[in-house]
Ligand binder design. Structure first.
Ligand code: ATP
Ligand code: MG
Length: 412
């Protein structure tokens, strides 16, 4: 058995021995029913946080206000949350304050969707008051209770509905779909961070086409920060989402495709990525992918195989392949070498970055008797290209001689 599950069951056993109730709950119960491996095992209990902290030796008070304590069992962190009810939602977001309660049923009733509102005791018996298992079987995302109420309480649930439908290839039940259509405007109350985190989870699923379709068809995306600040035309709602988007294997390229769907111009890309508050490295990679894809779609400036190889050296195989995928989604016909061809060229190259040359800037300065300057970077890149393209060998003496010649040319 999974070590994490063993740890969760042990925590539950200890709680029960102390006279409390304890259940596995939420995502792990759903994932087990689906035959998927859960991300983590969460436990819910009627013991209040102080009681949980008094029972276990190693505990971290992760979110006491929300009733959550992390218990370390078998070196595995297990989140233990007290049965709770959420009260007085403000600004259509999950409330800061909650009330602890004694009823599992009420705790399950405050959860977002029927498939997320099931619990399991430590003997494996399922507690399913809202027909979550039936919805799982039929592939349906349905709110617990009335969609209108649940989306007014917390607007993030609309985006979560789309994310779960996408993740599992499920459909939204008619009332839940209707609820999103009529409450989508509440999306503006959400924080960018939460929107980006949900989209990121969606993009990490195996497929993305369904989620993107739902976001645009329902029009929800036009009300989510930061998208709602971009002045997007609602006609974008009717655009075709390319089913081949499912084949984009990479998270960054999926973000780049979303920017394409939002009709970003080349100068929009950087500020829009800032708006999404993505990590710096991701932003750089997404921008590279987006811009290179645009270049590949435009009439090719590369004429010969050598031109393509130079492009490959400038951007690296990974970026070229990502951008090629994206370009394939936005152009009807692509006049670009195949992924396989790029990959073959790349693997034939003896070097892939200038650090692999058998000389460095210092060697060049000494040999050419010239001081430091911008010339070094230029000369090294030129030598690197020539070696990668098989024009000269990666030999120290030859590189130094050739480097000096190039350096002298650069001086003129
Ligand atoms: P994942 O596998 O992606 O983590 P999850 O269902 O575990 O999916 P979490 O965000 O970890 O999702 O939330 C854990 C549980 O808490 C959910 O299964 C659901 O029961 C409940 N939950 C989370 N967010 C909300 C929300 N906004 N409104 C109501 N219930 C929620
Ligand atoms: Mg989870």
């Amino acid at each position: 058995m999974d070590l994490r599950k063993m740890a969760a069951l042990k925590v539950m056993e200890i709680l029960e021995d102390q006279g409390y109730q304890a259940y596995l709950v939420g995502g792990c119960v759903r994932d087990e029913c689906l035959g998927r491996s859960p991300q983590d095992y969460d436990v819910t209990t009627n013991a209040v946080p102080e009681q949980v902290m008094a029972i276990f030796e190693k505990v971290i008070p992760t979110g006491l206000r929300h009733g959550t304590v992390t218990v370390i069992e078998h070196q595995v962190p297990i989140e233990v949350t007290t049965f709770r009810k959420e009260e007085s939602y403000k600004n259509h977001r999950q409330p800061e304050r909650v009330r602890f309660i004694g009823s599992l049923r009420e705790d399950l009733a405050r959860r977002d969707f029927t498939i997320n509102a099931m619990a399991k005791d430590r003997h494996g018996n399922l507690i399913d008051y809202f027909s979550g298992q039936e919805d799982l079987r039929n592939g349906i995302i349905r709110t617990v209770g009335l969609p209108a109420e649940r989306f007014q309480e917390d607007a993030l649930r609309m985006l979560r509905a789309v994310r779960f439908a996408n993740q599992f290839g499920f459909r939204l039940d008619a009332a839940t779909m209707q609820g999103i259509s009529s409450h989508k405007k509440l999306g503006v109350y959400l924080s960018v961070e939460r929107v980006t985190a949900e989209l990121e989870k969606m993009f990490k699923s195996e497929k993305v086409c369904l989620g993107l379709q739902l976001l645009f068809r329902t029009g929800l995306i036009f009300f989510l920060p930061p998208f709602c600040h971009w002045g997007l035309s609602e006609t974008l709602k009717n655009q075709e989402i390319n089913y081949k988007a499912d084949k984009i294997p990479n998270l960054n390229a999926r973000w780049a495709y979303l920017l394409e769907l939002c009709a970003a111009s080349e100068k929009d890309v950087s500020p829009r990525l800032d708006d999404l508050k993505l990590p710096k490295r991701a932003k750089q990679q997404i921008a590279r992918c987006f811009l290179l894809a645009r270049q590949l779609v435009a009439p090719p400036s590369c004429q010969s195989d050598e031109d393509w190889c130079r492009l490959l050296l400038r951007h690296g195989l990974e970026t070229v392949i990502e951008a090629r995928h994206l370009a394939g989604l936005i152009a009807e016909k692509l006049v670009v070498p195949s992924e396989c061809q790029f990959s073959m060229w790349w693997h034939k190259m003896p070097v892939h970055h200038s650090g692999q040359l058998n000389i460095n800037g210092h060697d060049l300065m000494q040999y050419c008797r010239r001081p430091k300057g911008a010339w070094i970077g230029k000369v090294l890149y030129n030598l690197f290209e020539q070696v990668a393209l098989g024009k000269i060998p990666n030999d120290k003496v030859i590189l130094l001689k050739e480097g000096c010649k190039l350096g002298a040319l650069d001086k003129k």
